[in-house]
Design a protein around this ligand. Structure first.
Ligand code: CP3
Length: 345
């Protein structure tokens, strides 16, 4: 049995206070990040294990969070599948030659992580050494729908027009793509587990654009196949983060995972009721609260902890990634409030 607060909470074991970390906790809101970023492109930073390890540890040292998350990106395995990926300054990711036809899907490969992404596995080993058992390390992947949407759109999207068009007009092609992504993700996550990560988070950042019936018909099986294909059951907890899915949380939580990560568009207690108390829950502060005055941050954090009501299995987090201009001082206030208030409860 793990003695990390975070891992225990993932398995709904009793904890003396609520564990806390932040999605995208390493990044541009930290001055230390910019020191590296001036020297390298974002992808270079992901591909240099020593740099990736160092950046992973920056928020751990600065903030007092209860878990580290591997510094990388959900699009790293997409590049390994054969697409050309660029991170454009202030524009987000761009994927060249988006996937639109059966031939496009056919041309994608299912990469061996050890061959195509050895730098990720190397970074994990380095980070684990540096953490020397004091904190757990979270590995991650994008969920099939979120990855498919980047691959089909060629980047971020507001309406996911091409993704849904393929889903509705060429369902076999869409399913073929989702299968290939699924097989890639299972191999990739199992390689991360073998390299030493203590937990896994699957980011389904854009799944909330779907109608519940389309999620049921075209997506849920692919996500649940990944989760059931992971090694380390009962030891390496799986967090399934589903963004903007509060209208179909019951359904999404059926895809699996020990923990369901939620956004802030639903109250935590209402969400937990929908997910079921046999699962842990992660969330759910609106990241923009971190731009507010101290009393407001404290009050919003306490509100969420009160909704969790001292029940086992709550991990405090934001409802989505931390914004790039967030004041670091405010993140520290959030972390401190979670620790102190949840202990008192
Ligand atoms: O959480 C962490 O600290 C680990 C690092 C991490 C990054 N991306 C670093 C990053 C993680 C877990 C991700 C996941 C990721 N990447 C997601 C899922 C989480 C979410 O936010 O929904 C998504 C959708 C992506 C795709 C992606 N990568 C986008 C849309 C962008 C551009 C937006 C932005 O913030 O600039 C990235 C780039 C990216 N990924 C940066 C970082 C630190 C910024 C790169 C830079 O320095 O320019």
């Amino acid at each position: 049995m793990s003695d990390h607060l975070f891992i225990r909470a993932c398995f709904r074991e009793p904890v003396e206070r609520t564990p806390v970390w932040l999605m995208r906790q390493a990044g541009r809101y930290m001055a230390e990040y910019h020191e590296f970023r001036e020297k390298y492109t974002f992808l270079e930073m992901c591909k240099k294990p020593k740099v990736a390890a160092e950046i992973t540890l920056q928020p751990v040292r600065a903030l007092g969070v209860d878990a580290a998350i591997l510094f990388s990106d959900i699009l790293v395995p997409v590049e390994a599948m054969g697409m050309k990926v660029d991170f454009m300054e202030n524009l987000g990711p761009k994927l060249h030659k988006p996937v639109r036809t059966p031939e496009d899907v056919e041309a994608l490969e299912i990469p061996e992580p050890e061959e195509k992404m050895p730098f990720v596995l190397e970074a994990i080993k380095l980070i684990k050494e540096k953490l020397s058992g004091e904190l757990p390390l979270i590995g991650f992947s994008g969920a099939p729908f979120t990855l498919a949407s980047y691959m089909i759109e060629g980047g971020g999207s507001r309406d996911f027009r091409y993704t849904k068009e393929m889903m509705f007009s060429q369902p076999e092609t869409f399913a073929f793509l989702m299968k290939k992504i699924g097989r890639t993700v299972v191999k990739y996550l199992n390689a991360q587990i073998k390299a030493g990560v203590d937990a896994i988070q699957i980011f389904d950042s854009w799944v909330g654009c779907l109608a519940p019936e389309d999620y049921s018909e075209h997506v849920i099986n692919h996500t649940s196949e990944i989760i059931s294909g992971l090694n380390g059951k009962g030891e390496v907890p799986v967090i399934q983060f589903v963004n903007q899915a509060s209208t179909f949380l019951e359904l999404a939580s059926k895809a699996g995972g020990d923990v369901i990560g939620i956004d802030w568009r639903i109250t935590l207690d209402e969400a937990w009721k929908k997910i079921g108390y046999d699962k842990s829950i992660q969330g759910n502060l609106d990241p923009v609260v971190l731009f507010a005055p101290q009393y407001m941050i404290e009050s919003k954090v306490r509100g969420i902890l009160e909704q969790a009501g001292g029940r086992d299995g709550h991990i405090f987090n934001l409802g989505h990634g931390v914004h790039r201009d967030t004041p670091v001082e405010n993140v520290k206030i959030m972390v401190k409030t979670v620790k102190e208030f949840s202990k008192r409860m």
